[in-house]
Design a protein around this ligand. Structure first.
Ligand code: SF4
Ligand code: SF4
Length: 382
């Protein structure tokens, strides 16, 4: 029986450019007509993950070697148009564009090609979309550059996420939204609301192709403060959810539908709802799991999927300040969607207002805003 979705994988032992190029070339060759010839003269947008100005070896951002290899593969395929490499980091980092692009290695990555540039997605402004078919974000403001790009390649990083458990290709599309849309997505206590908002953003303009950087992934409490973990894989697919299904298997999930984001995405029909629909190419399916991969400590993982939406308030991880690591920068207060943090002079959290979205943890530059497990969570772990 022909399977509806294809996901190609190739092992790579390092970020050495020749090896990454070979692996990427293999995965893209395995996907039929990954860039149709009518796009060879069009602009190509590589939507990377540039969450924060961090060095590539910390595994927070897409590695520049993947970007360089993709530019080389596209040129070999005959692509002649302009190539832009871009993301929209947490809004406070958007003001530090040069530092962000330099530290993450994107400035250097595009130097191999005269017609490639690195930038941030807010350059060029935003468009406001009205989408009544969306579940949470009926109105959303997204990057104009992304929305109008003729061909988008989504190059995500495989990471854990303290709230959504996994961040890979579907979640990477959250980075197209402006700050206000992101805050509205995080506004509710319900994890289902956040996951639906992520899918709303994905559906605003799905990428044509998806690549996942899983040579070094992030394990533990990602997406910013987890730990790099060697996995040794590059993955590609035309369908983001199919790729995330296989990525979940790499992380050790037996059933990806136990991850609320993938469950909701599957129910909304953006991709497969079981492995039966996915053809895995390049690595034997029973050999792709990264043994001993440390998942996020999201309590939600310990509950049946149907219980997760409304139990979030009682069992979710919450932010807790480690005072000695705090530099009083105020970023946590700025990103909080509920205005639950007041600087005095250290950040003080109003627990009654906090919805435990962990944006403050995610964007804290020093790791001072840690995640804390409550008693029920600890009990569930026993
Ligand atoms: S907790 Fe982190 S983000 Fe908040 S003020 Fe301290 S260092 Fe800055
Ligand atoms: S204090 Fe932190 S976890 Fe709570 S709502 Fe604000 S950003 Fe989210």
């Amino acid at each position: 029986m022909t399977k509806k979705y294809k996901v190609a994988l190739r092992r790579a032992s390092s970020y050495e450019l020749d090896e990454v190029y070979e692996a990427l070339n293999f995965t893209l060759d395995a996907i039929e007509e990954w860039i149709p010839s009518r796009f060879l003269f069009e602009k190509l947008l590589l939507k990377v993950n540039l969450l924060a100005p961090k060095r590539p070896e910390l595994a927070v951002t897409t590695h520049p070697s993947i970007v360089q290899a993709l530019i080389k593969v596209a040129r070999k395929k005959g692509h002649l148009g302009e190539i832009a490499v871009a993301d929209l980091p947490g809004h406070l980092y958007a003001d530090r564009k040069e530092e962000l692009l330099r530290l993450t290695g994107m400035t250097g990555a595009v130097e191999i090609d005269d017609n490639a540039t690195a930038t941030i997605l807010s350059d060029g402004g935003f468009v406001v979309l009205r989408r009544d078919e969306n579940v949470v974000l009926k109105e959303l403001t997204v990057s104009k550059r992304y929305f109008e790009a003729p061909f988008v390649i989504n190059i995500a990083k495989l990471k854990t996420h303290a709230e959504t458990e996994i961040t890979a290709c579907v979640k990477n599309c959250f980075g197209i939204a402006d700050t206000s849309t992101r805050k509205r997505a995080h506004f509710s206590l319900s994890i289902n609301q956040l996951c639906n908002a992520i899918v709303d953003l994905y559906l605003a303009r799905p990428p044509e192709l998806n690549v996942l950087d899983a040579i070094y992934a992030m394990e533990g409490n990602g997406p910013t403060h987890g730990h790099p973990r060697f996995v040794g894989l590059i993955m590609a697919s035309k369908n983001a959810l199919a790729l995330d299904f296989v990525a979940a298997k790499v992380m050790g999930y037996k059933n990806p539908l136990n991850i609320p984001l993938l469950n909701i995405a599957a129910k909304r029909g953006i991709g497969p709802s079981s492995f039966d629909e996915i053809e895995i190419i390049g690595v034997e399916p029973d050999e792709i799991e990264a043994k001993g991969f440390i998942k996020s400590s999201s309590s939600l993982r310990l509950l049946p999927t149907w219980l997760r939406g409304w139990t979030h308030r009682w069992v979710a991880l919450s932010p807790r300040l480690r005072e000695e690591k705090c530099v009083k920068c105020g970023i946590c207060a700025d990103v909080c969607p509920r205005k639950a943090i007041r600087m005095d002079p250290l950040p003080r959290i109003n627990r009654a207002m906090c919805v435990k979205c962990l944006c403050c943890h995610e964007m804290c530059p020093t790791g001072a805003m840690e995640v804390h497990e409550n008693m029920l969570m600890k009990f569930l772990r026993m």
